[in-house]
Design a protein around this ligand. Structure first.
Ligand code: ADP
Length: 445
């Protein structure tokens, strides 16, 4: 406060002193040489003071048009103080501005040095900024493409479908046209209501290792399939014609057949998984009648349940675009789980409903339920809440992993709600792009 008051005095006092001096000279001259001379001198003195102010005002006006530290005018008295203050303020603001520029530059250098690509886009997918790695990954150029729509520059169909669908829970793996032979993992982070960050990572090397692992599991499973089929076949024929075998031997043979059967199911599931993992999209894209699929799977469930459960169907007339066999296998796994994990007398409902513009294939049971902490891990290979129950009911521990892969290939997602002892709801949700409009909807459109 005292600083402000002191400053004000420093500006006003010299002006008052100067006025007082002019007043004193005029009064003295008037006393010595007469009132007229004093008056003329007063007019001339005030005019000179006024002119001085105009000169300083003009200098200030000029400077304000292009404020810069080096061009601040000099002045005396009150104007000297004003210009000194302007100098200090301009200097502080230039230092703050430089600091801001330095920070921004350091931030950009840091982001540019990241091994991952980053592109900032606005709500209409126009490029606001990108780092050199993103330029290399997606074949764009900040200088050339600033302000252009990203999907007009990167035209890979998988990329365009992913970006425009707006569902970014899972990253997209794809090979960009600009980098043949490379595999990129692409994620989108929405960090402001109208702005997003597209992140790209080159995962060619880890994908190669992953492909080797997949091939290995696939090849081993394939090699095991034939010997297992032979063993199973011989065991079956020995058991069928084994009337002369004693009961202990027959029991052992039954156990061997059961285990061979389990291994066979495991090998089949492993082969299915490695096939699903080896390609990104479904084998075929066909019109799948969802209601028909639900009713077929319900028939299978009735056979599996053998009357131990009440099984009902609630199906709307809807059609999904996808691979029929894959969808049937995924939904079949969810429903067979409901049968296997629901005690006798329980109720299982199969549903196919429209949800958020897409389609949900659901199965609800009144079974044993799953504790919340297990739910996020259920789709991991061989993850079972209760290993012995899974084995007793013929589980391989791969059912939900298969479901997950089929859904990823259809850009769908799995939602699980469950209460221990009360039951579960497994829902496979397919986005609107996967829903084929009904004849009525097509006509309305
Ligand atoms: P599994 O062959 O063991 O059933 P899945 O991958 O199909 O393997 O399922 C993984 C685990 O998820 C199961 O072991 C089980 O613990 C749990 N689970 C799956 N579906 C249900 C369900 N409807 N009710 C209760 N638990 C379930």
């Amino acid at each position: 406060m005292s600083n402000v008051a002191g400053g004000r005095h420093r500006v006003i006092l010299p002006a008052i002193v100067r006025l007082a001096i002019v007043g004193a000279i005029c009064a003295g001259s008037g006393w010595l040489f007469g009132a007229r001379v004093g008056l003329w001198l007063a007019v001339a003195g005030l005019g000179a003071l006024y002119l001085g102010q105009l000169v300083y005002l003009a200098a200030l006006g000029n400077w304000l048009e292009r404020p810069s530290l080096s061009t601040i005018p000099n002045g005396i008295g009150a104007w000297g103080e004003v210009f000194a203050r302007l100098y200090r303020q301009q200097r502080a603001s230039e230092i703050a501005q430089q600091r801001l520029i330095d920070n921004e530059e350091r931030f950009r250098r840091t982001i540019s040095a990241l091994p991952d690509g980053i592109i900032l886009i606005d709500a209409s997918l126009q490029i606001e900024w990108c780092n050199p790695v993103a330029e290399r990954h997606l074949g764009v150029s900040l200088k050339r493409d600033l302000g252009l729509r990203l999907t007009n520059l990167v035209r890979d169909p998988a990329f365009v479908a992913y970006i425009t669908a707006g569902r970014y829970e899972q990253p997209l793996l794809f090979t960009p046209l600009s980098l043949p032979g490379a595999t990129l993992s692409l994620a989108v982070v929405e960090f402001e209501p109208a702005r997003s960050m597209v992140l790209t990572r080159d995962i060619t090397q880890s994908e190669r290792v992953d492909a080797m692992r997949r091939d290995f599991v696939g090849n081993v499973s394939h090699e095991l399939r034939t010997p297992l089929t032979v063993i199973k076949g011989f065991l079956e024929s020995i058991i069928d014609g084994g009337s002369d075998l004693d009961s202990t031997r027959l029991h052992h043979l039954h156990l061997m057949h059961e285990q061979a059967d389990r291994m066979h199911r495991l090998v089949e599931d492993l082969l299915t998984l490695s096939r699903l993992e080896s390609q990104q999209g479904p084998d075929v894209e066909e019109e799948v009648d969802a209601a028909q699929l639900v009713s077929q799977v319900a028939d299978e469930a009735r056979t599996l349940s053998a009357g131990r459960h009440r099984i009902s169907v609630e199906a709307q007339k809807l059609k999904i675009r996808g691979a029929r066999d894959e969808l049937r296998s995924a939904y079949g796994n969810l429903v067979s789980n409901a049968v296997r994990y629901t005690p006798v007398g329980g109720h299982i409902t199969l549903r196919c409903v429209e949800q958020d513009g897409g389609i949900a294939l659901q199965v609800q049971d009144t079974g044993i339920g799953v504790a919340a902490e297990h739910i996020p891990r259920l789709t991991e290979r061989f993850y079972r809440v209760d290993k012995s129950r899974s084995r007793e009911t013929g589980g391989t521990g791969l059912g939900l992993a298969i479901v997950k892969h089929v859904l990823i290939r259809h850009q769908a997602r799995l939602d699980v709600q469950s209460d221990i002892g009360k039951g579960s709801l497994f829902s496979a949700w397919f986005p609107p792009a996967r829903r084929i409009p009904t004849a009525g909807e097509r006509e309305a459109a």
